[in-house]
Each structure stands twice: as C-alpha cells, then as structure tokens.
Design a binder for this molecule. Structure first.
Ligand SMILES: [Zn+2]
Length: 139
C-alpha cells in the first residue's frame, strides 16, 4: 500500500501498528503488504475494533498489537497478538469484504486466477499478471 495511506493508519492507531519495530517481533516492519483498494476496509475495521480492543486490553492487561497485514490468496489477512471472539468476528468480516473488493481501486471485484490469485475489478484484471501491476510489490 502507498506510504501516505499506511501513514494515516499508523498515525491514527500508533500503538497498534509498530511499523518501526524489530522485524523479529513484528512483520509490520514490512508495511501493509497489499494494494491501496483495501484501505477503506482496514480503516473501518480499525474503527470498529477500537472499543473492543479497549475492552480486551482492560481484561487482559496486555496491549493490543497488529503483527501483520497482507494479501494472501486474494484476501486480506490481519494478524494480531491477541483477540477476543468479538475482535475475531470483525476481522473475519473485513477479510470477507476484501474478497469482493478490487485490491487496486476499492471497486467491486472478484477472484482472478493468474500468476497469483488476486481480487480485482474488470478494469484492473486486464493488467493482471503483468510484472508491474501498480501494487508496489516489486521491492
Ligand atoms: Zn480496480
């Protein structure tokens, strides 16, 4: 995801996304490994999680942390250090939403087979499989 978008999430929830952390402790040091189209899904997920995380932190005394955010098999993956059932439910909802949402632009999309499986709208599926697909993966 573009740095500006990552920065918005990190600035809004600095305790959750330890992007400057030790790569042995958190995969967030790699950034958000997916396209810009899922930014809205993530933002909404984090807003929804806020009260649930506050509750979980109060119960367990452990700070909540997101350990990895990435695309896998065309879907969003959001890994955290601890979760309640309510937190899991919201994460699952976001992951299901991602497999219907173009990873590039956020428009309705569907699963596309190719060099790797992606969720894309019709427009972006045309470029699917090309080396530079505008997702910033070629590091
Ligand atoms: Zn698209």
């Amino acid at each position: 995801m573009r740095k500006e978008l990552e920065q918005k999430l990190v600035e809004r929830w600095p305790a959750w996304f330890n992007v400057g952390g030790d790569p042995r402790q958190t995969r967030m040091a790699d950034g958000f490994c997916h396209g810009d189209g899922w930014f809205d899904i993530l933002w909404r997920l984090c807003e929804d999680l806020e009260p649930l995380v506050a509750e979980a932190e109060k119960q367990t005394g452990r700070p909540f942390e997101v350990l990895q955010v990435k695309e896998k098999l065309g879907g969003l993956r959001f890994y955290v250090n601890h979760r309640t059932d309510a937190i899991s439910e919201h994460i699952t909802t976001a992951e299901l939403e991602s497999i219907r949402t173009c990873e590039v632009c956020g428009q309705p999309g569907k699963r596309r087979e190719g060099n790797w499986i992606r969720t894309l709208c019709d427009e972006h599926s045309v470029a699917h499989g090309q080396e530079n697909d505008g997702l910033g993966r070629q590091k």
